[in-house]
Design a protein around this ligand. Structure first.
Ligand SMILES: Cc1ncc(COP(=O)(O)O)c(C=O)c1O
Length: 410
C-alpha cells in the first residue's frame, strides 16, 4: 500500500507561519498531530465521506471537520437548500422567514425546547447560556467540569493560559465529571449563589478516555438543580444530532433547561443554536447578545434542511451502526496484531487508545500510519462518523488499519 507525501501542504504551511499566527491556529493546528509529517494540512476539495489535500491525496475523513460534517461534504440536498436561500437573500437589514421556520423545527424536534436562538459558533451560545442563567437567578457563580471544553471565551479557559487572568474566571467553579457528591457539597456550601451548571452530556476530553455518566448521575444532578433553583445547561455542541435528534440528554434520560448546539446542526454551514424552556424565555429576551452575521439566512436554510434530512434518513441510527462496525473491526485487527485498542464514548464519535504504551507514542504512530495510507485519524481527540461513511469506506479503513499495525510493529 502506497504511503502519501505532503510537499505542497508543508510549503504552504511554511509560508503561512510567516504571515498568520501559528500558521494554522486552534484545533486545526498541526501541533497535536503527531508525527506532524504524517498529516496533510491544507484541503483542496471534499465530497461525501472524503477529502483531497492540496497534494492530491484522498482521505476517508474520520474527523468530519471536527464534527460539522454529518451528512457528507457537498451534500446536494443541503447545498441546494442553501443555494436557493442565498439567491433570494442571505445578509440583509432583517432576518429572513427561514429563521422562524428553523426555530419552529427545533421546537418540534427537541422535547425540552420552547424557543430557539441562533448565532455562529459554539462559544457564542455557551456564553449566552451563562448570561441567561445569571439573569434568571440573579446569582453569579457557574459550575463547569474539569476537562470539559466550552469554547475559547476567557471564562471557559484555564487561568494559566496565555492572555487569561484569574479575574476572567472569578465566578467559575470547576467540579469533577461524574462526581455527584462533590457537586452537591459545593452547591450546599454556596447556597443561593450558583446560577448554573454547564456540562457536556458525557465526558469527551482530549488526550483521555471518554466517559459515560454513571447510572442515575444525570437524574440526581437534574433534581439538585430543580431543588436549588440552578439552571442546568447541556453543552451539546460536539455531541448534538449524533446521539439523539431530541438532544443528547434524551439519550441519557434527563431534562436540562438549556441546550447549546453547533457543529452538526448545519452540515458545515456556520450556525449555532441555543434552545431553552419557557421559564427562561424572559431572561433570554432581557440578555443583550448579537453578532454581525448571526442573522445570515443561508446557514439557517442549510440547518433546516440538515435537521429534516437527518430525521428523514434516520441518520443517527446509521451513524451508530457504522461506528459500531468500525469499532468491532478495529478491535479485532488490533488483537490479531497483539495490541489492545481501547475504545470509549459513543460509536458515532468514539475515542481510541492503544493501551500497550501509556506514553501514547505507539498510538500516535499508528494514527499517523493510517492517515498517510488514506484513513484520516487523530490520536488526541474523539473521531466522528457521518451518515455518508459507507460499508466500502469501513472495509477499506480496516485494510489500512491492518497495514498500519504491521508498520508500527516494524
Ligand atoms: C463541547 C464543545 N463546546 C463548545 C465548543 C466551542 O465551539 P466553537 O469552536 O464553535 O466556538 C466546542 C468546540 O469544539 C465543543 O466541542
Amino acid at each position: 500500500m502506497k504511503t502519501y507525501s505532503y510537499t505542497k501542504s508543508q510549503e504552504l504551511f511554511k509560508k503561512a507561519a510567516d504571515i498568520i499566527p501559528c500558521g494554522i491556529y486552534g484545533h486545526f493546528s498541526p501541533a497535536p498531530l503527531i508525527p506532524a509529517s504524517d498529516y496533510p494540512f491544507y484541503v483542496a476539495k471534499a465530497e461525501g465521506s472524503k477529502f483531497h489535500d492540496v497534494d492530491g491525496n484522498e482521505f476517508i475523513d474520520y474527523m468530519c471537520g471536527y464534527g460539522p460534517m454529518v451528512l457528507g461534504y457537498s451534500n446536494p440536498v443541503i447545498d441546494t437548500a442553501a443555494r436557493t436561500q442565498r439567491k433570494n437573500v442571505n445578509c440583509a437589514t432583517g432576518p429572513a422567514e427561514v429563521m422562524v421556520d428553523l426555530a419552529q423545527e427545533l421546537v418540534n424536534t427537541i422535547p425540552i425546547a420552547d424557543w430557539a436562538f441562533f448565532a455562529k459558533n459554539g462559544a457564542d451560545v455557551t456564553a449566552y447560556s451563562l448570561m441567561i442563567a445569571r439573569a434568571y437567578t440573579g446569582r453569579d457563580k457557574i459550575i463547569r467540569l474539569k476537562g470539559g471544553y466550552h469554547g475559547t471565551a476567557p471564562w471557559a479557559q484555564s487561568p494559566n493560559h496565555h492572555g487569561i487572568t484569574f479575574n476572567d474566571a472569578n465566578d467559575i467553579v470547576i467540579g469533577e465529571w461524574n462526581n455527584y457528591d462533590d457537586l452537591e457539597k459545593y452547591v450546599h456550601k454556596h447556597k443561593n449563589e450558583v446560577a448554573g451548571i454547564i456540562s457536556t452530556p458525557y465526558h469527551h476530553p482530549t488526550f483521555a478516555d471518554n466517559e459515560y455518566p454513571a447510572d442515575s448521575y444525570w437524574k440526581k444532578v437534574e433534581n439538585l438543580c430543580k431543588n436549588e433553583g440552578i439552571v442546568l445547561i447541556v453543552d451539546d455542541v460536539r455531541t448534538g444530532f449524533r446521539l439523539d435528534m431530541g438532544g443528547s440528554n434524551e439519550y441519557f434520560g434527563f431534562k436540562p433547561d438549556l441546550i447549546a448546539f453547533c457543529k452538526a446542526i448545519g452540515n458545515g454551514y456556520p450556525i449555532s443554536a441555543l434552545v431553552g424552556t419557557n421559564d427562561l424565555m424572559n431572561a433570554a429576551s432581557n440578555v443583550f447578545h448579537t453578532g454581525s452575521f448571526w442573522f445570515s439566512a443561508e446557514p439557517m436554510a442549510a440547518a433546516l434542511a440538515t435537521i429534516r434530512e437527518l430525521k428523514h434518513t434516520n441518520a443517527v441510527k446509521k451513524m451508530f451502526d457504522t461506528g459500531t462496525k468500525l469499532n468491532k473491526g478495529l478491535t479485532e485487527i488490533a488483537k490479531d496484531h497483539g495490541y489492545d485498542l481501547k475504545i470509549t464514548g459513543h460509536p458515532a464519535m468514539s475515542y481510541y487508545r492503544i493501551t500497550d504504551d501509556p506514553s501514547l507514542m505507539l498510538h500516535q504512530k499508528w494514527c499517523g500510519e493510517c492517515t498517510k495510507r488514506g484513513a484520516y485519524f487523530t490520536s488526541h481527540h474523539n473521531w466522528f462518523i457521518s451518515a455518508a461513511h459507507s460499508d466500502e469506506d469501513i472495509t477499506k479503513t480496516l485494510l489500512i488499519a491492518d497495514e498500519a499495525f504491521k508498520a508500527i510493529k516494524k
